[in-house]
Design a protein around this ligand. Structure first.
Ligand SMILES: [Ca+2]
Length: 297
């Protein structure tokens, strides 16, 4: 009897949960919102393309914001957050803003797109780019997280399709303060429904001997190993792994390991531990599968 009661209770809870669920966002489909989500803040910006309109709202006092996309005057997507903008957040400073203006083809499939950017605020703020298709079918194509820097759209290989340029901040705060944290450049391209590293555009030739020597000198002179600075004098300067990351992210991982061997002074312990920690951190990057594959080919 008690078993039946328990089962009934679970069924009731499940039924209530199912009926109480409201579709607030429809990120991956053309499904209309089941109800209109009221905007947060006052209207800051409005742009239109064909039957689509995007509106940006902001409440400075609360530090909140939102945006909504309307089709033929009816809301089909809404999102709340911090600071939103159509196109780039700092459009006044970006001469390439026109490349991503509303209605431009961003992904390269010939259909109209819309880019809305968000700065999520707070100490560990993220820069996000929301990419939508605003054509015969509406859908949320992708959200690209630039983490501590805003993603940029550019047609690097002149094939008429925009790549996304951003930095991989996996090593932010790793053995260094944020200002000294290196972030290797990553180029993304849209392929088979997702943005993935365009490794053919990230590849560079092996570094010249002169370049290696310059970076070796810079690391040896860097704070941590060479100078009194109040920090741990046995800690390597961040330029060591900054240059290693640049090498790895340009298909020159073998040179990165050699650079470490040549640069790390024999009198200072901890190289093996450093390398183990470095590789473990590297593997946490969302781009690592493609970066690793590029270096294995
Ligand atoms: Ca391109």
């Amino acid at each position: 009897m008690s078993g039946y009661a328990t089962k009934s209770t679970i069924l009731l809870v499940l039924t209530l949960a199912a009926t109480a669920t409201t579709v607030i966002f429809s990120p991956h489909s053309a499904t209309r919102l089941s109800e209109t989500v009221p905007p947060v803040g006052t209207l800051q910006e409005e742009k239109s393309f064909r039957e689509y309109t995007v509106r940006i709202y902001r409440d400075e006092d609360k530090g909140e914001g939102s945006f909504e996309i309307l089709r033929n005057g009816r809301q089909i997507y809404a999102r709340q957050g911090w600071v939103f903008d159509v196109g780039y957040l700092d459009e006044d400073e970006n001469e390439n803003e026109h490349l991503i203006s509303m209605g431009k083809d961003i992904t390269g499939d010939g259909k109209a797109n819309l880019v809305v950017s968000e700065w999520t605020g707070g100490a560990h703020c993220d820069y996000l780019s929301y990419i939508f298709q605003i054509d015969a079918e509406f859908c949320h194509v992708a959200t690209v997280n630039g983490q501590h820097s805003e993603p940029r759209f550019q047609d690097l290989d002149k094939d008429g399709k925009l790549e996304i340029l951003l930095y991989d901040w996996t090593f932010a705060y790793w053995r260094a303060c944020f200002a000294d944290s290196p972030a290797p450049a990553v180029i993304l391209r849209y392929c088979n429904g997702a943005y993935k590293p365009a490794t053919n555009l990230m590849r560079k030739p092996a570094p010249a001997q002169k370049e290696i020597e310059e970076h070796l000198r810079r690391v040896r002179k860097g704070e941590g190993w060479a100078e009194e600075n109040g920090y741990d004098r046995t800690a390597p300067p961040s330029h060591l792994w900054g240059y290693m990351l640049d090498l790895i992210y340009s298909d020159n991982a073998a040179w990165a390991w050699e650079f470490l061997d040549r640069t790390w002074p024999q009198s200072i312990a901890g190289k093996d531990e450093f390398l183990t920690d470095f590789k473990a951190t590297l593997a946490t990057s969302e781009y690592w599968p493609e970066i690793e594959a590029m270096n294995s080919e």
